[in-house]
Design a protein around this ligand. Structure first.
Ligand code: AHR
Length: 498
């Protein structure tokens, strides 16, 4: 397949907010416990109870922001259970996720320590579903107030005198479902009430985030923007990619067929349409674009790995997930005017995880490698790239064969990323590069591909899928020709010689 495109390297299309590369970690399965928190006494190398290998890996991909403690767990979480001496912290059953005992050893101080180690921004999700206004208000006071107050005193008593800096605060999660089964009109009023007491202390400025719709619930977005738009800084969107329409049998994470590959990518591409339609509603109430759209839960959702707790949502991660990640990030770039943050679900051992762990072992998934290859786009200026995306057909349906994005970073380096969605065919892309001195460039590249559609990394073979140097491109007289392998994610770097 031969495709053509044009890159206007001198035409910027807005900044790609680095927070689009954010993550989400919930008290669910082995995400927090085992995946991140092992405790100070663990034989697994850790710093203040947080495993070093996972922190190093997440720093490598420049994780910008981390959402916690849920998810559905957030609306059952009472933050005071997770502070003070660990031996006296309340134990509870995590009713949503696997019915296991939650000992609250990972709480506010531990999460803020994790963000310190990662050098990323915290995004804390408050409890509106089953918590009180006072409880939410006091959490913000505990976190951010440096003056004299009961919560500042309690924090000091627990070993932390200085307040933390917290910008992102969510007022409830999925309040149309696990967060209270509310109607949008009711939640809009509750949101208005709760957020009133989410205060700015000292010079800390909270970015208030309202619970937005589930996938294509346009009515929820309309009601929230109409009734509460002026009280929020951002609103969320959740959309998960399932290979089937059946939540009882979503399909396996590995060992799937070509049809499942195709359908999964087709469904992931829906993100573009969802954002476009939600943006239209937001534009109606907020034409200046003040309110951001935060896609704080996205990713693939399959049947759990055989033999694992169904409530733990543990799944493998293959080249199919790599393509979902790449094409979704391309979509977020395209919508950078409204999409200011996104958080893949979830960081470690849950759903489309970038990292899997087993005891002291750790594996980086194909999705991790995409985040690593794409980190060059963080905070870069998106460039005007138009591409004939071609057509990838299977059984009478068709989707784009290739999706792409381009940006220029603050040092002037240009990066192009391509996703070849076709499981069985290469694609040759020829791009007219304009606005550059085409003869005076150095170019390098890397590509991620696999030997089969479910290629993945295991604890026995952790490097089966990893990026390889890529040289199948040439630049000739302002024409860039790239030969993309089947089922691949590729990033090129173009540097103008001084
Ligand atoms: O990410 C798993 C769950 O999916 C989250 O807890 C919830 O918000 C969503 O339904």
């Amino acid at each position: 397949m031969s495709l053509r495109g044009v890159l206007n390297a001198d035409s910027g299309k807005g900044t790609i907010n680095r927070n689009i590369y954010g993550h989400f970690s919930e008290h669910l399965g082995r995400c927090i416990y085992e995946g991140i928190w092992v405790g100070e006494d663990s034989p697994i190398p850790n710093t203040n109870g947080i495993r070093n290998d996972v922190v190093e890996a997440l720093k490598q991909i420049r994780i910008p922001v981390l959402r916690w403690p849920g998810g559905c767990f957030a609306d059952e979480y009472h933050w005071k259970d997770g502070i003070g001496p660990k031996e006296t912290r309340k134990r509870m059953v995590n009713t949503h996720w696997g019915g296991v005992v939650e000992n609250n050893h990972f709480g506010t101080h531990e999460f803020m320590e994790l963000c310190r180690q990662l050098d990323c921004e915290p995004y804390i999700n408050g409890n509106l579903g089953s918590g009180t206004v006072q409880e939410m208000s006091e959490w913000v006071e505990y976190l951010t107030f440096g003056g004299v107050s009961p919560m500042a005193e309690l924090r000091t008593h627990n070993g932390r005198k200085e307040p933390w800096k917290v910008t992102y605060f969510g007022v409830g999660n999925e309040n149309w479902g696990c967060g209270g089964n509310m109607r949008p009109e009711y939640y809009a009023d509750e949101y208005r009430r709760y957020q009133t007491y989410v205060r700015n202390y000292d010079d800390n400025r909270i970015h208030r985030i309202a619970c937005g719709p589930n996938s294509d619930d346009y009515n929820w977005m309309d009601v929230l923007m109409r009734e509460a738009g002026r009280f929020m800084d951002s609103i969320t969107l959740h959309y998960y990619t399932l290979p089937t329409d059946n939540w009882q049998d979503k399909g396996p994470a590995t060992g799937f067929d070509e049809q499942a590959w195709f359908t999964t990518l087709q469904k992931a591409l829906r993100m573009d349409d969802l954002i476009t339609r939600h943006r239209t509603i937001m534009d109606k109430y907020d034409p200046e674009g003040r309110v951001g759209l935060i896609v704080d839960e996205w990713g693939t959702w399959y049947n759990v790995e055989p033999g694992t707790n169904p409530g733990f949502l543990y799944q493998q991660n293959t080249m199919r997930d790599a393509l979902v990640a790449g094409l979704t990030l391309n979509i977020f770039h395209k919508h950078n005017q409204r999409v200011r943050m996104a958080n893949i679900a979830q960081t470690v051992n849950v759903l489309q995880a970038v990292i899997l762990t087993e005891g002291e072992k750790m594996v980086l998934t194909p999705t991790y490698h995409v985040f690593d290859m794409y980190k060059v786009h963080q905070d870069a200026e998106m460039l005007d790239l138009s591409l004939d995306t071609g057509s990838y057909k299977l059984d009478g349906s068709d989707i784009p064969a290739v999706t792409a994005t381009a940006s220029r970073d603050t040092q002037g380096k240009i990066h192009l990323s391509f996703c070849n969605l076709q499981h069985n065919a290469e694609a040759q892309v020829t791009i007219d590069v304009r606005g550059l001195n085409g003869n005076d460039l150095t170019m390098t590249g890397s590509t991620l591909t696999g030997d089969r559609i479910d290629a993945h990394n295991t604890f026995a073979q952790p490097d089966a899928v990893k990026p390889q140097p890529f040289e199948s491109f040439q630049l000739d007289g302002g024409k860039l020709t790239v030969n993309l392998p089947a089922m691949s994610v590729t990033t090129l770097e173009l540097v103008e010689k001084a």
